[in-house]
Design a protein around this ligand. Structure first.
Ligand code: MN
Ligand code: MN
Length: 469
């Protein structure tokens, strides 16, 4: 008996379905609870340091303890290390030995922003400004005329690091970068977007009220320094050893009349970082293989630096855990699996021409599985092998996780990278996967709640799985 056309089509062809046609009411309720927690996390974690501190607080609450070199490492143990306050690795020790490898999910907690220069404060025409040096890939025109807050630390010579928070508390003043009025923006308006706002004009307006007498000079700058001194006890020299970040002041919020989306600064990559962290902390049972969550810094500038994914800090912790079980790190690595959990570009109908519709990720279609990233012929990509993608398909399908295939824009439209390449360099089988984002790297990015929750469920599936079988 021959099959009908409809049956044949169903059997042989891909049928992409909107996630809302696949989730139950119970799933939707769980998604809302999860996303409320995520919004709260976003509002408390505007910098990598704040993310790391919050991750440690949440981990401690879930029974995780700081790892101490030389301690015993046995199934069921919940351990973490913090790397210089900016990166965190957490491990839930599995039933099987570390010689069987780990199930790892890695995300990054740094986001594009405007860092202050080492000598930032100056006065010009009786206005005080702070000079910035942008961090990560930003579209400069998006960062002017929006309220900004200043977060980070000032490190003093005596070793103390003073947390700085200007703009985040209710009633706090905000900072802003000005832009031309349209009336006088004719010449600027003719320039390409990428050059219309020069980086050296990204200066934060921080004061206009002078102190002293009218024949004094630099009165507004001194007034600002006086305020900083009153609040933090710092002097201008202390800026030299500060890490201060201007980040958007607007809080995260629901987007859309149907409240189906979340708008916020820093979805890249806190939407994945929160998912992989929360999934590990929520894991009720001792996993088969050791489940590890890595929250890395410095991804946005190439994973460099001692807190980035190229640093040996991660390996040192893993090597210590392995040593406690009499296992070599190299034996552990070759049997490990890493989900490089980082956001991907969501298809935007307004800019359809930069995507390949047949391979792009869509809002509400779940986690985007990215076999490769890179640019100009996959250059710089990890390019996971077919077997690895098959493994992810299997574990997600077995757990009912909603996922889709994702490609970061059409070929030669641009591109990007993640920590995947640095995990793969360690001889760890790695696959990129993440939440699709609209307006990625903007001061206010948008994601779908459904995809956020599927990322969490996907991370749970990764921690519970065992690669290779
Ligand atoms: Mn990212
Ligand atoms: Mn990014």
């Amino acid at each position: 008996m021959s099959e009908s056309y409809k049956e044949l089509k169903k059997k042989l062809l891909t049928a992409k379905k909107n996630g809302y046609d696949r989730v139950s009411d119970a799933d939707k309720a769980a998604m809302e609870t999860y996303c409320a927690g995520y919004i709260d996390f976003l509002n408390r974690c505007k910098t990598e340091r704040l993310c790391a501190a919050e991750a440690v607080r949440m981990a401690e609450e879930s029974g995780y303890r700081p790892y101490v070199r030389g301690q015993e490492v046995k199934p069921g143990d919940k351990l973490y290390i913090r790397n210089r306050g900016k990166a965190v690795t957490l491990a839930h020790i599995g039933k099987r030995p570390l010689s069987d490898g780990i199930q790892l999910a890695a995300a990054h907690i740094d986001s594009p922003r405007l860092d202050l220069k080492p000598t930032p404060l100056y006065e010009e025409n009786e206005l005080a400004f702070l000079k910035t040096h942008y961090y990560g890939g930003i579209r400069k025109y998006q960062w002017v005329t929006i309220p900004l807050e200043l977060r980070g630390v000032v490190a003093l010579k005596d070793g103390t690091a003073l947390p700085v928070n200007i703009g985040a508390e209710p009633g706090d003043p905000k900072l802003v970068i000005t832009d031309l009025l349209p009336h006088l923006g004719q010449e600027q308006g003719k320039k390409p977007l990428s050059t219309a706002i020069p980086a050296e004009t990204l200066n934060l307006l921080v004061g206009s009220r002078p102190i002293g007498d009218e024949d004094d000079s630099g009165r507004v700058k001194l007034a600002v320094m006086q305020l900083l001194n009153e609040k933090y006890g710092v002097t201008e020299d202390d800026f030299n050893s500060a890490e201060l970040e201007a980040v958007p002041a607007s809080p995260a919020c629901e987007i859309g009349l149907d409240r189906s989306m979340i708008g916020s600064y820093g979805h890249d990559d806190r939407v994945c970082a929160y998912a992989v962290l929360k999934a590990l902390l929520d894991l009720p049972e001792t996993p088969e293989k050791t489940a590890v969550c890595m929250l890395a810094d410095k991804e946005e500038i190439g994973s460099e630096g001692v807190t980035g994914m190229r640093s040996a800090a991660f390996d040192t912790f893993m090597e210590d855990l392995c040593a406690a079980q009499g296992v070599t790190l190299r034996a552990c690595r070759e049997k490990s699996f890493c989900l490089s959990a980082d956001v991907t570009a969501a298809f935007d109908p307004d800019y359809a021409d930069v995507y390949d519709k047949r391979n792009a990720a869509f809002l509400n279609y779940g986690i985007g599985l990215c076999k490769y990233t890179g640019a100009r012929g996959k250059s710089g990509a990890s390019d996971a092998d077919a077997e690895t993608v098959a493994f992810a398909r299997r574990i997600f399908d077995e757990s009912g996780v909603i996922w889709q295939i994702a490609e970061l824009g059409k070929v030669d439209a641009g591109g990007g990278g993640t920590v995947a390449a640095y995990m793969a360099q360690r001889n760890i089988t790695t696959l990129d996967a993440g939440v699709p984002v609209l307006s990625m790297h903007a001061p206010f990015e948008t994601v779908a709640k459904l995809d956020c929750y599927q990322m969490y469920r996907g991370a749970l599936a990764v921690y519970r799985a065992a690669f290779p079988r």
